[in-house]
Write a protein that binds this ligand. Structure first.
Ligand code: AKB
Length: 319
């Protein structure tokens, strides 16, 4: 396998913590430099390979790590999620846009490839809601969406203008049992499993009937690795591939949990901010471009994911 020296920005986050370990397994522990901002890294992340603190809004800190470790690929996961971005829009612009700009500038200078996740947050109220196409209306009404659309365009620009090998996917809501997500609209689909195991009840902040595209973490990690290993000449969309694995509403996940925990009770206490964000996003998306161009195929559906989440979380929580 060809050599890779990878920097993961946002390695302590929900996706970063698992992606870093998967990258280390694939490319070697010493070849994957985990970086975080303020969050204390977990033991595994710290002990298996290099770890550095950086601040993506300070270009010198990124450049320092790229130079020191002769990095050739950057996975840039450091970003504010949708709900927290609505609460702190100025900070979201600074981190999500200026952070990405700094990463791209360092990548241009040191000829690094860059993976940047986009999101279903790029879609808005005027986007077709069902089986949302790859090419469609991108008019989000959230700061998160604004930064994600701008990010896709900025990455396209750096590829065309400076030949930086930029790639990315539009992730849906991601469900996982290792690290909790922070400040997203789809976080309910993680919290529900913890609460089901601990208390056999969950109060959902989204209304019943709110369908959203979703994915289990192992598929999300696979997508991030596969797109970076794909044959560049076959990629038409590069920075904005729709990817999805399933689509469900809160009551669907509750019913699936009930098959394992029959006395599980679901209640609703709708948060208007997160409900409005969810209402502006698609019910389901069409990921045929990713399937055709780089062979994307998810493994987990709601049934398989629920079984695995409940087993793994029960072990983790020792319940
Ligand atoms: C969020 O809910 O903000 C994220 C996302 C769908 O991008 N999980």
């Amino acid at each position: 396998m060809f050599r890779k020296r990878i920097l993961v920005a946002g390695a302590c986050g929900q996706i970063g913590s698992e992606l870093t370990l998967a990258l280390r397994e694939r490319y070697g522990n010493d070849n994957v430099i985990a970086t975080g901002h303020k969050t204390k890294p977990g033991e595994e992340l710290l002990n298996l390979g290099p770890f550095q603190f950086i601040d993506c809004t300070d270009i010198n800190t990124i450049e320092g790590v790229v130079k020191k470790y002769e990095v050739d690929t950057i996975y840039h996961l450091a970003a504010l999620l949708s709900a927290v971005a609505e609460a702190k829009p100025q900070l979201a612009w600074n981190v999500n846009i200026n952070g990405l700009y700094n990463v791209l500038e360092v990548a241009r200078k040191y000829k690094c490839a860059v993976f940047t996740p986009s999101s279903i947050g790029v879609f808005g109220p005027t986007t077709p809601k069902d089986n949302t196409p790859q090419e469609t209306i991108l008019r989000p009404n959230t700061m998160y969406g604004v930064t994600k659309v701008s990010g896709e365009l900025l990455c396209d620009y750096y590829y065309k203008k400076f030949a930086v090998d930029t790639r990315g996917v539009r992730w849906p809501g991601i469900v996982s049992y290792v690290t909790l997500p922070g400040g997203g609209t789809t976080d309910y689909a993680v919290e529900i499993y913890y609460e089901a195991i601990k208390h056999r009840r969950y109060t959902c902040f989204l209304r019943a009937g709110t369908y959203l595209p979703m994915m289990y973490m192992s598929d999300a990690v696979k997508a991030a690795i596969d797109i970076m290993e794909a044959d560049s000449s076959k990629l038409k969309y590069r920075n904005a591939f729709n990817v999805t694995a399933m689509s469900f509403a809160p009551e669907d996940i509750a019913n699936e949990i009930k098959k394992h925990i029959p006395d599980f009770v679901m209640e609703y206490d709708v948060d208007p901010v997160r409900q409005a964000i969810a209402d502006s996003w698609p019910n389901s998306i069409d990921d045929s471009a990713a399937r055709e161009e780089w062979g994307w195929k998810p493994e987990y559906d709601l049934v398989a994911m629920t079984k695995d989440m409940l087993e793994k979380l029960s072990d983790k929580l020792k319940i």
